[in-house]
Design a protein around this ligand. Structure first.
Ligand code: HAX
Length: 438
C-alpha cells in the first residue's frame, strides 16, 4: 500500500465511524427550509450534498480544506525555485486534509508516473473518431475506453466487502489521473498537430509534463499549467461536474464511468465550455468592432449580446456573488508575465464595463467574472490557440477534485443518491395545504 493510501485510510476510517455516530445522534436536527422557488430554480441553496474536499462561500470564493486560492499559491509545495503550486499537492490536501510536504508530492508523482502507460486500444478508439469530433467528446470517449482497466469494476464482479470499496476506488482514481494528461495531449496533437505525438517526460511534474506533451515547452507555460490545473480542480459538490461524479458514483459505477459522465456535464456552455465560448465571443466582438475596442465599444457589444437573448460568457455564477478568486489569480499571473498582451487587456477592459451593465439588467444575480472569463487569453498568449480544446484542460484539472471526493464517498459509505421529485399538480396541492394551515 502506498504512503498516501495508508495516510488516507488512517484519516478516513475513524472519520467514517465518527460521522455515522454523529448522524445517529443528530438525525432529527433541521438544517433549514426551502421554498417553491428554490425547487424551480435548480435546487440552489438547498443543502443536500456532502463534499469534504472544498467549500464555497458566495462572497469569498472557494476554500480547499480551509485554504483560499491565494493561501494555496503560497503554501502548497512548488518545484525548487518555482512560483506556482503543484496540483499533485492539492490532490493530497483534498484527500488528507493537511498540507503536504514536497516529498509527499514527489511520492505522488512517482506513483502516477508508474501507472501512466495508456493501453493501445484507447488510442485506437480515439483514432477511429473523425478528426472533427469535438475534443470534449473525444475526452469522454477516451475515459470510457480506459474503463476496461477498472479494478473496482473487476473486484465488484468478483465480490468484495463494502468496507473495501474505497481501496479499489483509490486505485482506479490514481491510474485514471496518471493517464488523463496523456490522453488529453493525444487528443490535442491528433486534432490540431497532424497526429505528431510527444512522449511523456517522467522527469517533469504532472502539470509540466502535460504542457510538454501538448508541445509547449516553456518554463512560463509550465508555471501557468501548475496554476491552471490547481485552481480548476474543485468548487465544492453542487456544480454540474462534481455533482454528476457523485451521483453516478453513488450507483457504484466505477471512477471511469463517473468521470466520463461528469465530463459530459463540463462540456455544457453554462459550465466548463464557457472558457471556449468566452474566446469565441471576444473574437466575434473584435471582428465586429476592431482589435482595439474602447470601453464604449465593448459596452455596446455586451448590450447587443443581451438584446439578442444570449448570455455573456465568463460572467455570472450560480453561487458566487463577487469576482471569482480564480479569475483574480489568473489576472495576477497575467500582470506578472504578460501585462501588455492585447487580448489580456481586452479581458481586463471587459471586466471594467461588464459588471455594471449586467447589474443594470436587474435580474442577473452575479454580474462578476467567473474562472472562465480569463483562462483562454492566458492560453492564447503561449500559442494554445485552439479554443475548442480549452474545456479538456479544465477537465484534466477538475478530475483531481471530483475523484478525490469520490474516494471519500466510498470511504464514508455514502448511499445511492435519490432525491424526491414532484409534479406541478403535487406542488399546487402542497402550497394550497400550507396556505390553508397558515
Ligand atoms: N449573461 C446574460 N444573462 C445572464 C448571465 C450572463 N452572464 N448570467 C445570468 N444571466 C441570466 C440568466 O440566463 C437568467 O435569465 P432568465 O431569467 O431569462 O432565465 C437570469 O440572468 C438569472 O440567472 P442567475 O440566477 O443570475 O444565474 P443562474 O444561477 O441561473 O446561472 C450561470 C448561472 C453561470 C449559468 C449564468 O450566470 C450564465 O449563464 N453565465 C454565462 C455562462 C458562464 O460563464 N458559465 C460558466 C460559469 C462558471 C462555471 O461553471 N465554469 O465552469
Amino acid at each position: 500500500m502506498g504512503n498516501l493510501k495508508e495516510k488516507f485510510a488512517e484519516k478516513a476510517m475513524p472519520l467514517a465511524v465518527e460521522i455515522r455516530n454523529f448522524v445517529k445522534e443528530n438525525a432529527n436536527v433541521a438544517l433549514g427550509e426551502f421554498t417553491v422557488e428554490d425547487v424551480y430554480a435548480g435546487q440552489k441553496g438547498i443543502i443536500g450534498l456532502l463534499t469534504e474536499t472544498s467549500l464555497l462561500d458566495s462572497n469569498e470564493g472557494i476554500r480547499f480544506r480551509g485554504y483560499s486560492i491565494p493561501e494555496l499559491r503560497q503554501l502548497l509545495p512548488k518545484v525548487p525555485g518555482g512560483t506556482e503550486p503543484l496540483p499533485e499537492g492539492l490532490f493530497y490536501l483534498m484527500l488528507i486534509g493537511e498540507l503536504p510536504t514536497y516529498d509527499d508530492v514527489l511520492e505522488i508523482q512517482a506513483n502516477w508516473a508508474a501507472r501512466s502507460e495508456v493501453p493501445a486500444h484507447v488510442y485506437a478508439a480515439l483514432d477511429a473518431m473523425p478528426i472533427t469530433t469535438h475534443p470534449m467528446t473525444q475526452l469522454t470517449m477516451a475515459i470510457m475506453a480506459l474503463q476496461t482497466e477498472s479494478v473496482f469494476a473487476k473486484a465488484y464482479r468478483e465480490g468484495i466487502n463494502k468496507k473495501d470499496y474505497w481501496s479499489y476506488t483509490y486505485e482506479d482514481v490514481c491510474t485514471l489521473l496518471a493517464r488523463l494528461p496523456l490522453v488529453a495531449a493525444y487528443i490535442y496533437r491528433r486534432t490540431y498537430k497532424n497526429g505528431e505525438h510527444i512522449p511523456a517526460d517522467a522527469k517533469l511534474d504532472w502539470a509540466a509534463n502535460f504542457a510538454h506533451m501538448l508541445g509547449i515547452d516553456q518554463n512560463e507555460f509550465y508555471k501557468l499549467m501548475r496554476l491552471y490545473l490547481t485552481i480548476h480542480a474543485d468548487h465544492e459538490g453542487g456544480n454540474v461536474s462534481a455533482h454528476t461524479t457523485h451521483l453516478v458514483g453513488s450507483a457504484l459505477s466505477d471512477p471511469y464511468l463517473s468521470l466520463a459522465a461528469a465530463m459530459n456535464g463540463l462540456a455544457g456552455p453554462l459550465h466548463g465550455l464557457a472558457n471556449q465560448e468566452v474566446i469565441r465571443w471576444i473574437f466575434e466582438m473584435i471582428e465586429e468592432i476592431g482589435h482595439d475596442p474602447s470601453e464604449e465599444d465593448i459596452a455596446s457589444y455586451i448590450q447587443k449580446t443581451l438584446t439578442e437573448g444570449k448570455v455573456v460568457p465568463g460572467y455570472g455564477h450560480a453561487v458566487l456573488r463577487q469576482t471569482d478568486p480564480r479569475f483574480t489569480a489568473q489576472q495576477e499571473f497575467a500582470k506578472t508575465y504578460m501585462p501588455d498582451d492585447k487580448l489580456v487587456n481586452i479581458v481586463w477592459k471587459i471586466y471594467k464595463v461588464a459588471p455594471q451593465i449586467l447589474e443594470n439588467t436587474g435580474k442577473i444575480k452575479n454580474p462578476w467574472p467567473n474562472v472562465d472569463a480569463h483562462s483562454g487569453a492566458l492560453l492564447l498568449h503561449y500559442g494554445l490557440v485552439e479554443a475548442d480544446f480549452y474545456t479538456v484542460m479544465f477537465g484534466v484539472s477538475r478530475a483531481l477534485g471530483v475523484l478525490a471526493s469520490l474516494i471519500w464517498d466510498r470511504a464514508l459509505g455514502l448511499p445511492i443518491e435519490r432525491p424526491k421529485s414532484v409534479t406541478y399538480d403535487w406542488m399546487k396541492k402542497a402550497v394550497a395545504a400550507k396556505k390553508a394551515n397558515a
